[in-house]
Design a protein around this ligand. Structure first.
Ligand code: PAF
Length: 303
C-alpha cells in the first residue's frame, strides 16, 4: 500500500514519521509554502528519544499511484486542498481526513462521489519545535470511521495498518457521535488555552471548571437538535482526560494565535454558534469564546 501524507503540520509530521518507523515508506506532500530544500525531519518521541528520518516529499502530480491519502490539514484548508488535488487522486485511493472541528461533507461527496472517505479523529499531542521538528507531547488515540461509503472497502486492513503505525487506532461505525465528543474537547481546550495563554494541563485547575461545565452543557443542547445524544458529564470527563494526557501541550489554537496564523475557531465554537442560530438557540459561553478568539487574532494581525 502506498501512503501519502498531505500537510507538514504537527499532526501531518506525526503520521509521516510513524509511517516511516513502521516501514510503510510514505511520501509527504507539503504545502507550496514549505521549504523544499529540507531533506530530513526530526521526531522527539514520547520517551524523549530523538529520531531523524529522510523526507520523501512529492509533488501533487506524483500522487496518482497512492492507495491511501491522509490529509492532515487545518479544517479550513481541507476542501480547498481536495479541490486542488482532485485530478491527481486515483479513483481507487482511500481518502482520510484528519482535522479539528466539523466540516460540511456535502461538497466533499460532490467532488468524490465514487470514493470512500474516512475521518480520523485524533487526540495525540504533537508540538512543532521548528518547521520539520516535532515533539510527541501526549500519547492520545485515534478513531477511524466513514464519512462516505462505497463498495471498495478495506476498513479492517486500513485500521490495522494505522494502528500498527501510531496506536491506538480503532474503527467506529458511529463516527458522528465521536466527532461531537472530539468537537467538545476542541470547543473547550482550544479557545481557553488560546485566550489565557496556557498549556492544556492548566485547564484542570478549579477556576476553569464552571466555564467548562457551561460550554459542555451548551454542546449537549445543540447536539440534541442535530439528533446526537450526548451527556455533559461524559463530555467534561473526556475533556479532563485529554487535558491530562496532553498536559504539557500547547493546543493548536494557542500555537496559531502565537504564530499569527488563522485559527480553526470557525469550525469549532463557530460551528456551535452557527448551529445555535439555525435552531434558534443561544449559546452564550461558546459565543463569548468565539468572539474573544476572533478579537485575539484580529488584534495580533493588526500589529
Ligand atoms: O487542537 C489540538 O491541540 C488537539 O486537538 C488537542 C487534542 C486539543 C490536543 O492539544
Amino acid at each position: 500500500m502506498k501512503f501519502v501524507v498531505v500537510g507538514q503540520g504537527a499532526i501531518g509530521l506525526l503520521w509521516y514519521s510513524h509511517f516511516v518507523k513502521a516501514n510503510l515508506w510514505p511520501a509527504l506532500l507539503c504545502s507550496p509554502r514549505a521549504d523544499e530544500t529540507i531533506k530530513h525531519m526530526t521526531l522527539i518521541d514520547d520517551e524523549d528519544q530523538q529520531h531523524i528520518f529522510s523526507l520523501n516529499t512529492i509533488k501533487p502530480e506524483n500522487m496518482f499511484d497512492a492507495d491511501v491519502i491522509i490529509f492532515c490539514l487545518k479544517a479550513y484548508d481541507i476542501l480547498p486542498a481536495l479541490k486542488d488535488y482532485r485530478e491527481e487522486i486515483n479513483r481507487n485511493a482511500q481518502i482520510i481526513l484528519c482535522h479539528n472541528g466539523i466540516i460540511s461533507t456535502q461538497p466533499i461527496e460532490e467532488l468524490f462521489p465514487h470514493q470512500t472517505i474516512y475521518t480520523l479523529l485524533t487526540t495525540h499531542g504533537s508540538k512543532k519545535l521548528d518547521r520539520f521538528t516535532i515533539k510527541h507531547t501526549g500519547k492520545g488515540q485515534s478513531q477511524l470511521g466513514e464519512l462516505q461509503h462505497t463498495s471498495h472497502n478495506s476498513r479492517q486492513q486500513l485500521t490495522a495498518i494505522l494502528n500498527k503505525a501510531c496506536p491506538q487506532v480503532t474503527w467506529h461505525d458511529d463516527i458522528k457521535h465521536l466527532q461531537w465528543l472530539k468537537l467538545a474537547v476542541n470547543c473547550v481546550i482550544n479557545p481557553l488555552t488560546a485566550i489565557y495563554n496556557i498549556n492544556n494541563g492548566s485547564l484542570l485547575q478549579t477556576q476553569y471548571q464552571s466555564l467548562i461545565k457551561k460550554l459542555c452543557e451548551e454542546l449537549v443542547i445543540i447536539a440534541a437538535k442535530e439528533n446526537v445524544d450526548l451527556n455533559s458529564d461524559q463530555l467534561i470527563e473526556n475533556v479532563r482526560h485529554v487535558a491530562k494526557v496532553t498536559e504539557e501541550n500547547c493546543s493548536s489554537m494557542l500555537a496559531d494565535v502565537r504564530n499569527g496564523t488563522t485559527t480553526e475557531i470557525e469550525h469549532i465554537n463557530g460551528y456551535i454558534v452557527h448551529l445555535a442560530n439555525k435552531h434558534k438557540q443561544t449559546v452564550p459561553a461558546n459565543l463569548s469564546l468565539y468572539q474573544q478568539v476572533n478579537r485575539l487574532t484580529t488584534v495580533k494581525n493588526a500589529k
